[in-house]
Design a protein around this ligand. Structure first.
Ligand SMILES: [Zn+2]
Ligand SMILES: [Zn+2]
Length: 483
């Protein structure tokens, strides 16, 4: 028997946790976070308790209630964890949190199958972000160890780490009886893949997140062509923008950025998604065309260095950009009145490694020559405007999605206040989506010609109804059996 169960991404954008069962084999396609479900219960100041994470999340419907899936250190606080895993793998389409965010909860002996770009992004995230980010190394929680000098006494063990089993995609990957064919596709983060999975009931296509108007549209078209050859019985198709028709592409955006940046007398301040390296490429090219250099933040720079170390070639090199060293808590970097260790005290270890790189840039350099730079500044970095002091004639270009919920509206109104204060308002909005339009989805379905389609990753699955395929709408946790 072969079946599909949506433990997320049913009637919502993201939260993909798609269980595929084929005879004895059970795999998950992605294991992502549902921002909607999380937001229904939590705020930045109302957070789950670490010891009760899995219990609370299962009760709130945020995680599926399944045994043999979760890591024992957390699950044992709630119920006896199974000795052996009951799942054979997680196949990760791409490292956006709505697809990867809850991998941290999954036991280390369930192999994670991903692309090299996907792995590198998760590595960088694990190092540079706060929160429960244990994608590759699982820090064993709630464990005691004896004191080194006084072995009769116990203390918290913060050292023990278990490395997750990770297997990088080859052209085709065997997971027990299943054969997974991976195809790189165009999306708003590197390392994105779509799949064709050979099962005993026929071939199943999973799009992950996909678009056809970015820098890698040829990848997406190649996937569509190949997927059609498999004569699939079922397709799980994303539909984020199924009700939208417009397709404004990454190269249109690059052209418009160049126009906006020309003849600017002051500093060009911009915001774009932190890990979208194709968007970064647009900003690098536009900056170059007007004789400026793009300055990114330290997390982005560190991510580029991790991608480079892993040999991911499709992304900008760290040499093509500068990165900003912000003044943080004590704000005494390069102030010789303070000893070096105090100067470095504001920076995490991974940041300290970056400080001596030749392309590090300080606020003093930007203040001196604003015309030479394009300064990336997201919402949380607006405070650095005090230090970089955008002079008269500066502009702000926002290249992120428009607010789509109440919290984002509130954030936007706060950002507007900052921009008004620094004479960067009104700003210019230039963005293109990471997702295919309705017309492109229709075209993809027509070309792949699956027998049936289950819409996922969309709030309006019924909008697939007009397309040339049998559309099956499944609710959360409702099993669909293929044979
Ligand atoms: Zn997504
Ligand atoms: Zn995505």
């Amino acid at each position: 028997m072969t079946s599909i169960t949506l433990h997320g991404a049913a009637g919502e954008i993201g939260g993909n946790k798609i269980l595929l069962e084929d005879k004895e084999t059970k795999i998950f396609l992605d294991f992502g976070m549902s921002f909607g479900k999380l937001g229904n219960f939590f705020t930045p100041y109302l957070q789950p308790r670490k010891w009760s994470y899995i219990n609370d999340f299962i009760k709130l419907g945020i995680l599926p209630d399944l045994e043999g899936l979760y890591r024992a250190d957390y699950e044992n606080r709630y119920r006896a964890s199974k000795l052996d895993p009951e799942y054979d793998g997680i196949v990760l389409s791409h490292p956006h949190l709505d697809h990867a965010g809850y991998i941290s909860f999954v036991r280390a002996d369930i192999p994670l199958h991903c692309s090299i770009g996907g792995k590198a992004i998760l590595q960088a995230l694990e190092k540079t972000s706060v929160g429960f980010n244990e994608y590759i190394y699982l820090k064993e929680a709630f464990k005691l160890r004896p004191y080194k000098r006084e072995p009769t006494k116990l203390t918290r063990d913060k050292e023990t780490k278990i490395e997750r089993k990770i297997s990088l995609f080859a052209n085709q990957t065997k997971i027990d009886d299943l054969t997974v064919h991976s195809f790189p596709v165009d999306h708003s983060i590197c390392g994105a893949n779509a799949f064709v999975i050979e099962t005993s009931a026929g071939n199943i296509v999973y799009t992950g997140d996909i678009r056809f108007h970015g820098r890698r549209s040829n990848f997406s078209h190649f996937f569509v062509e190949k997927a059609a050859e498999f004569d699939p019985v079922l397709m799980l198709s994303e539909g984020t923008r199924v009700s939208e028709r417009i397709s404004y592409g990454e190269l249109d955006l690059e052209r418009d950025l160049k126009k906006e940046m020309s003849d600017i007398k002051g500093l060009v301040v911009v915001n774009f998604p932190a890990r979208d390296t194709d968007r970064m490429r647009s900003f690098i090219e536009a900056s170059k065309s007007v004789g400026r250099k793009l300055i990114i933040n330290m997390k982005q720079a560190y991510t580029l260095s991790v991608l480079e170390r892993n040999g991911v070639s499709e992304v900008p090199s760290l040499d093509e950009v500068g990165f900003y060293i912000p003044k943080k808590s004590w704000g005494v970097y390069n102030d010789n009145n303070y000893p070096r260790n105090i100067q470095l005290g504001d920076y995490a270890k991974w940041e300290q490694e970056m400080l001596n790189k030749p392309n590090a840039v300080t606020s003093e350099e930007i203040v001196e020559n604003p015309k030479e730079y394009v300064f990336r500044c997201d919402f949380y970095e607006l405070k650095y405007l005090f230090d970089v002091q955008p002079p008269k004639g500066s502009i702000y270009i926002k290249s992120v999605t428009e607010p789509f919920d109440e919290e984002m509206e509130i954030e936007k109104s706060k950002a507007d206040n900052w921009l008004k204060l620094f004479n960067l308002y009104p700003y210019k909005q230039l963005h293109c989506s990471g997702h295919a339009s309705g017309a492109e989805i229709q075209d993809m379905i027509q070309k792949i010609a699956p027998k049936k389609v289950i819409p996922i990753h969309t709030e309006t699955p019924a909008d697939f109804r007009g397309f040339d395929a049998e559309i099956i709408i499944k609710q959360l946790r409702e099993k669909y059996t293929l044979n």
